[in-house]
Design a protein around this ligand. Sequence first.
Ligand code: ZN
Length: 148
Amino acid sequence: MDLKDLYRDVIVDHNRNPRNFGKLDPADAHADGHNPLCGDRLTMYVNLDGERVSDTKFEGAGCAISVASASLLTEAVKGKSRDEIKALFVDVHALLTQHDANVDLSRLGKLAALSGVREFPARVKCASLCWHTLNAALAHADEPVSTE
Ligand code: ZN
C-alpha cells in the first residue's frame, strides 16, 4: 500500500465513521460554518480549560472531504492550546494549498491525509471550513458572557 492509498483510506474512514460527531452540551462556545461552493454546513463546539481546548465536537452535513477534515480536526486539537491550534492551522493550510509546502508531516499526524486535497483546488474550502469555523467558535469564547 502506498502513501496515497493510506491517505485515501484515512479520509474514507473518517467520512464514514466521523469521530466526535454530535452536539457538545453544554459547550463554552460554538459557531456555524457554511461553504456555499459545495453546500457543506458544520457546527463546531468547543469547551475550554483555560487556554486549552478540553473537548470539541461537530455536527452537520457535507461532502466527504468536509466531514473527514472536521473529524480529523477534532482528534488533532483536543488538549491543545489556542496558540498550538493556530500553528497547526498554518501547517494544514500550507499542506492544502502549496505543492512545495515546507511542512513537517510528522507534526501533523493523521491530518497529513489531507495533502491529497491540493490536487483539487475546488475542494480546499471543503477541507478548511471546519478550521475557520473552529476559529470563529474560539473567537466567540472571548466575548464577555452576558448575564441579561
Ligand atoms: Zn465540500
